[in-house]
Each structure stands twice: as structure tokens, then as C-alpha cells.
Design a binder for this molecule. Structure first.
Ligand code: BES
Ligand code: MN
Ligand code: ZN
Length: 495
């Protein structure tokens, strides 16, 4: 894995292979940013002309390498675009994260590189370090040939802040945990089932001193988790409910996180057609995010009690699968008519939400790749945030924005609730198709204990990236929501 370090040494003599510097789009052409002084000096006044001749504009996403001039120990300098010149030279953190991510991707195969980016604050240092770690990510577990260059070995961030070391430590934990979530999402369902997922969680919790309890099929049956069992009953891979928790002597607040962990969603008897089923290993992204976030909160020593609930099942069609029309008895005793077996996420979440609320957390957040409708509405880069508490919803949105995750508020309109009425059971698992993401939210709301401060994150779009990499986002699992959850925990800890 890529290592990030901090240095204050003179740039010219840094023992690195590549020096990365920022270039912005100025009114007069490409404009080297703060931090690039030593590189510009070594080019002896020729740098801007060379950049122009190479077609470098400073646009975000650009990365152009050139041979380093004499006087620098490095052999290559790499210009990365920062977009429009920031008036005060202070680029927003997401711009820095993206630029560092672009650089890290371009640096694959390099041993050591220095990042000479404009970092006037510790927050900026953290953004550069995190962007570098996230951009350097590569999922190579299933490559047997050397098709991928190895990720850059070490990124040296040039920074003078007294608190730069602490900023890099925070970025290192968050980067590792986001990348852990990505690895899990990218792992195909033939190697990641509820049992092996739970085993991976237990192993990581043991390493980091986080408490982990796994409820297997027998425990789920004894305690009446009919939603999780019902969804899992068609698969030869038995379901699990995993509870992980971490506390701190200074904790005054508790946060419970619930993640949808469908290790593969075929749709079940309401089978998905070709074109919709081959992307469904991603359907455990919510559980992966919750797992990674709890570990990050614990490793960062945030003064909050945090509990994660991973509702793990594989949704398969078979002779033992739940049928459309079946009625499930959920944890806590309520009944659900399964109208469509492909609306399985809300069934496993309902059980976990009821159980999570029993502990009386101060806040409860669920994360799920829940509906195609949310993906249609918000696209592949934003997740939807629904809540019965507008102030709490805005806090979640604020946490997302602060860490560069794109999210948008979505409503829970009362009038859609009646579409979930069932002629036989307390509620049906599907209702009105229009506004399907909101209907799913309304279903979950029924299972959130009265008075619980709750938000629902539908990450169906941004959990997985299918196109070319951009910024610090690779192809495949993105680790969506991990940073938002950690920031929210930090925010709640300060209450
Ligand atoms: N896991 C899917 C939602 C999904 C779709 C996530 C595409 C990521 C990408 C979910 O279980 C599902 O199948 N939802 C159905 C619900 C419907 C049957 C009410 C949907 O959205 O079509
Ligand atoms: Mn489904
Ligand atoms: Zn699903």
C-alpha cells in the first residue's frame, strides 16, 4: 500500500523520483500554484512557456510529466491541474483531493514522489494526503499477470504546519478504511458471502480492538430476524447479522449505523434480467461503508460510542427461496408481505433498524444501495438523504459536503405511504413505483422506533463507478459514505 509522509526539506535535494506541482488556469494561461516555486526556479523562467507549448491549461484532471531540469534531484516533474486560479491561493479541499488523486494515478509504477501542492492549512494537508491515498488505490487481487503497474510507493507531502503530521495520520486511517470498503465491494460474490464477510469483519475488529458479535442462522432464528432469514433462505450461503462496536472513555453520544449487505442481489424469484444482474455484487456497499466507518472512528479515537450493524444475506432464487406473496414475521413481530423479492434490501434493513434502536442510540443512520429509482433521480455521483428530522438530515448533508461527498436531500411524502398497505400483512415491501426511492424510505421509516433521530442514505448510484477513473475515484467500488459517516460521528461527538 502507498505510504504518505510529510517533509519540510528543500525541494531541489529531495530524494524522490518525481516532483508533483500544481498548475491553475489563469487569465494569461497556465499558472504554477503556490508550492511550485522551486520547480519554476529550476526551469529558469522557461516553465510557463514549456507548459503552454505542451498544451497544459491547468484544467482539473490534467497531469503532464516533463523531464526535470538540472539542479533537481528528481528526474521528472509532473504538472497537475487545479482548475481556475483561487483568488487567495487557497484551493478548496475537494480540488486538492482530486488533484492529488489524479497525480497518484499518474504515478503508478513510481517508487517515491513529492507533492508540492498549495497547502496553507492542516485541512489542506489532509486533503492532499487523502486524495493521494484514494487515487493510488488499485484492485489487483484477481490479476495473475503484471497488467497493472504497482501503486506509487511513497508520497511525500511538503508542508510546514505544526499539525501536518496529525493531518496525515487522519488521512492515512480514512484512506485505508475507504480502500478497505472498496476492496470488499470489488470482491466478487463467489468469494464474498455472508459468512466470509462476517469472518473478514471479525478479523479486522480483532486487529483494531473493536468488539464484534456475529449472529448466525441459528441465533437469527432464535431471535426472530424474519427479514434477514427470509431474504437469505433461497441461497446455499446462510445469512448473518454482525454487530460491531467501539467506545471511548470521553464518549457522551452514541451513534448506530446500519448497512445493507446483500453480497449478491439476483432479485430472487422476482429475478432481475440480464443487464441488471451482472452489477449486483455491489449490493453490500452499505455494509462495507458501515464496517469501514466504525473501524475509522475507533482508530481515530473519536470520543463517541459507535455501533455498526451489518445485515448480510445473498438474494437468490431456488426451491427454498421466499416467494412473492409470502408473509415474513420481522424482528420485533411485525409482518411484511413480500410482493417483490427484489425489494430485499428494505427487508434486511428493517430487522437491523428495529434491533439497532433497542440500544437507544442518540442517532441512527442506515446506508444502502437501495433503489434503482434513486440512481435514476440523482445519477451516479450523488446519494440521497432522507430523514424524519430536517435538522439531522442537514447535518448529514453538511458532513458529506465538508468531506467532498456529493449528497442531496430527498423527501418522505406521507401520501406515498398508503401504497405500501397490504391486504394480508401489516405492510407490503413494495408500493407506488413512481418515487420508488422515497417509497423505500417510507418503508424503512415504519421500522424506526418513534423518537429516534434517523437518516437513510440511498447510495445506489455512487457506490460503484463504471466509467474511466477521475480525480481520486477509481473504477469499481468507491467507498461511498465512509467519509460522511466518520465526519458525522466527529460532528456528533462535539455535541
Ligand atoms: N439492489 C437493488 C437496487 C440497485 C439497483 C442498486 C441498481 C444499485 C444499482 C435493489 O435491491 C432493488 O432491486 N430495488 C428494486 C426495488 C423495486 C423492486 C421496488 C428497484 O429499485 O428496482
Ligand atoms: Mn433487489
Ligand atoms: Zn438489492
Amino acid at each position: 500500500m502507498t505510504e504518505v509522509t510529510v517533509s519540510t526539506s528543500p525541494v531541489a535535494s529531495l530524494p524522490v523520483d518525481v516532483l508533483v506541482f500544481g498548475v491553475a488556469q489563469g487569465s494569461g494561461g497556465p499558472t504554477p500554484a503556490l508550492g511550485a516555486e522551486a520547480v519554476a526556479e529550476a526551469f529558469d523562467g522557461a516553465l510557463v512557456g514549456i507548459l503552454g507549448a505542451l498544451g497544459v491549461t491547468g484544467a482539473a484532471g490534467e497531469a503532464v510529466g516533463l523531464p526535470a531540469p538540472a539542479g533537481l534531484k528528481a528526474s521528472v516533474v509532473l504538472a497537475v491541474g487545479l482548475g481556475h486560479v483561487a483568488d487567495d491561493g487557497a484551493y478548496d479541499t475537494e480540488t486538492l483531493r482530486c488533484a492529488a488523486g489524479v497525480a497518484a494515478r499518474a504515478l503508478a509504477g513510481t517508487k517515491r514522489a513529492a507533492l508540492l501542492l498549495p497547502v496553507p492549512t492542516a485541512e489542506a494537508v489532509e486533503a492532499v494526503a487523502l486524495g493521494g491515498l484514494l487515487g493510488a488505490y488499485a484492485f489487483t487481487a484477481y490479476r495473475t499477470s503484471g497488467r497493472n503497474k504497482p501503486p506509487v510507493g511513497e508520497l511525500v507531502v511538503l508542508a510546514r504546519q505544526a499539525d501536518a503530521e496529525a493531518a496525515i495520520r487522519r488521512a492515512t486511517v480514512i484512506g485505508a478504511e475507504v480502500n478497505r470498503a472498496r476492496d470488499l465491494v470489488n470482491t466478487p460474490a463467489n468469494d464474498l458471502d455472508p459468512e466470509s464477510f462476517a469472518a473478514a469483519v471479525r478479523a479486522a475488529c480483532d486487529v483494531h480492538g473493536v468488539t464484534c458479535e456475529v449472529l448466525d442462522e441459528q441465533a437469527l432464528t432464535e431471535q426472530g430476524f424474519g427479514g434477514i432469514l427470509g431474504v437469505g433462505q433461497g441461497s446455499v450461503k446462510a445469512p448473518r447479522l454482525v454487530r460491531i462496536s467501539s467506545t471511548h472513555p470521553g464518549a457522551r453520544t452514541s451513534l448506530a449505523l446500519v448497512g445493507k449487505g446483500i453480497t449478491y442481489d439476483s432479485g430472487g424469484i422476482s429475478l432481475k434480467p440480464v443487464g441488471f444482474n451482472e452489477i449486483m455484487k455491489r449490493d453490500m456497499s452499505g455494509a462495507a461503508a458501515v464496517f469501514a466507518a466504525v473501524l475509522a472512528v475507533s482508530r481515530l479515537g473519536l470520543p463517541i460510542e459507535v455501533t455498526g450493524w451489518l445485515a448480510l444475506a445473498e438474494n437468490m432464487p431456488s426451491g427454498s427461496a421466499v416467494r412473492p406473496g409470502d408473509v415474513l414475521r420481522m424482528y420485533g413481530g411485525r409482518t411484511v408481505e413480500v410482493v417483490n423479492t427484489d425489494a430485499e434490501g428494505r427487508l434486511v434493513l428493517a430487522d437491523a433498524l428495529v434491533r439497532a434502536a433497542e440500544d437507544g442510540p442518540d442517532a441512527l443512520v442506515d446506508v444502502a444501495t437501495l433503489t434503482a429509482a434513486m440512481r435514476m433521480g440523482l445519477g451516479n455521483r450523488l446519494f440521497g438523504v432522507m430523514s424524519t428530522d430536517d435538522a439531522f438530515r442537514d447535518r448529514v448533508l453538511g458532513a458529506a459536503a465538508r468531506d467532498g461527498e456529493q449528497a442531496w436531500p430527498m423527501p418522505l411524502p406521507d401520501e406515498l405511504r398508503k401504497s405500501l398497505d397490504s391486504p394480508v400483512a401489516d405492510i407490503a415491501n413494495t408500493g407506488e413505483r413512481m418515487g420508488g426511492g422515497l417509497v423505500a424510505g417510507l418503508f424503512l421509516k415504519e421500522f424506526v422506533a418513534e423518537g429516534t433521530r434517523w437518516a437513510h442514505l440511498d447510495i445506489a448510484g455512487p457506490a460503484f463507478h463504471e466509467g474511466e477513473p477521475y480525480g481520486y475515484t477509481p473504477r469499481g467500488g468507491t467507498g461511498c459514505a465512509v467519509r460522511t459517516l466518520v465526519r458525522l460521528a466527529q460532528d456528533l461527538a462535539n455535541d
